[in-house]
Design a protein around this ligand. Sequence first.
Ligand SMILES: NC(=O)C1=CN([C@@H]2O[C@H](COP(=O)(O)OP(=O)(O)OC[C@H]3O[C@@H](n4cnc5c(N)ncnc54)[C@H](OP(=O)(O)O)[C@@H]3O)[C@@H](O)[C@H]2O)C=CC1
Ligand SMILES: O=C(CO)[C@H](O)[C@H](O)COP(=O)(O)O
Length: 477
Amino acid sequence: MTDKLNDFGLIGLAVMGQNLVLNVESRGFHVSVYNRTAAVTDEFVAQHPGKRLTATHTLADFVQSLARPRKVMIMVKAGAAVDAVIEQLLPLLEADDIVIDGGNSLYTDTERRDAWLTPLGLRFIGAGVSGGEEGARKGPAIMPGGPASTWAVMQPIFESIAAVAEGQPCVRHIGPGGAGHYVKMIHNGIEYGDMQLICEAYHLMQSAGMATLEIAEVFNRWNEGELQSYLVQITGKALEQIDPETGRPIVELILDKAGQKGTGQWTLVNAAEQAVVISTINAAVEARVLSSQKAQRVAASQILQGPTTPWTGDQAARDALVAKIHDALYAAKVISYAQGLDLVRSMSAHKGWDIDLGGLASIWRGGCIIRARFLNHITDAYRTQPDLAHLMLAPYFAALLNRTQQAWREVVAHAVTQGIPVPAMSASLGYYDSLRTARLPANLLQAQRDFFGAHTYERIDKPAGQWFHTDWPEVVG
Ligand SMILES: NC(=O)C1=CN([C@@H]2O[C@H](COP(=O)(O)OP(=O)(O)OC[C@H]3O[C@@H](n4cnc5c(N)ncnc54)[C@H](OP(=O)(O)O)[C@@H]3O)[C@@H](O)[C@H]2O)C=CC1
Ligand SMILES: O=C(CO)[C@H](O)[C@H](O)COP(=O)(O)O
């Protein structure tokens, strides 16, 4: 312990915590660190001699090492661990001290913690942090929620550590209470959609007989163009990686069972509650679930049949298919972001958060996992039209979808004909077609509801709000 009181303290020295601490320290701040397992604290500080770090072994020492108002960031496993840490901090903190939960907490937990801590005179920020290990160290996107006055105190530190895109730090105050963790949840939902769509593009190319390294080249090339994004970039690099033991691309040896920690599922639950359609993200979450049922899939592959005619395209046909997959991926990716932002729009109105969608898109342009060149266009779309009803209707995206929709259809049709599962790509196309269809068959659905339940219906030839019932024929048996 030194006599000088430190500027910032962080609890939880796993991947994210360690890298955030190094990032904060590199901006000239003095940082106190604490981890439940003390050996981790000692090892971490020992690995970084000469840095402005103070190792503490009790939470009392940790709190006493900080200048007031204390700025304490919690970066532990989401869920009960956050509550456990807060419980231990409570007797040690004083009025006006600031507690920041930077983990992937469920936004309703953040609201509960806000309602718990604020009456005690503490100030609470729930901040989503994205960027993984590298982002945390070099510059993440940060999505803080909580009182604007508390954000103002934290702003200098957060702006100094955040990524920078187009000259702007990738952090901004999102809104009160759980708003920050809410948009981080949606970020992750979009991340799920994006990742699944990329995997479907890979599967389509693999099924067309392309070798893993050829597919890597395609993703590397795509990353030079309008699909440029962190996830496309790491996909090219992942596909290139050779396993030293076998000499084969490592992805060919990785078991096809996807994990998930919960943020995607939370997004689905919220979308259902808000009655907002996020079918691409839904398909992506379900694809992870089905992937995890490996034994069942292997058994079914021996029983259930698919198409019998294999695709026999030559090199020119394959190149043409790859070009169409590019367009299908871009179009479907737009739908994933559009659905996520539509959900934020709905929830922001429901909660009175007043979230600036252009501002949100602008901080996703750097540091975070879903950063992508086309987020510049999303930012512009909402800045030009802050009340934009749906991203698909912005002139840039409408033109893009009109340009790519034919190729997208052909790719989905190819997948269906070949029996290649493309749940996210086809769900996106179904969403696109539903939204652009002026008259859907819901007239028949209303007739069915009225038939069996006298639920009534409106008519196209009468004023809206007038409800009718038909005496349908009796059905026997
Ligand atoms: N990993 C990533 O890429 C990203 C993670 N996040 C989120 O950031 C947070 C931290 O993630 P990550 O760095 O991966 O770490 P983990 O989620 O793996 O959590 C491990 C840390 O939590 C501590 N911890 C666990 N339970 C308790 C407890 N009951 N009391 C006190 N400390 C506890 C551990 O301490 P100990 O060493 O004693 O076990 C360790 O420091 C999580 O909410 C995660 O979802 C957000 C963005 C990206
Ligand atoms: O928040 C993150 C990235 O933004 C974390 O990496 C998170 O773990 C990703 O979710 P999942 O583990 O469910 O794939």
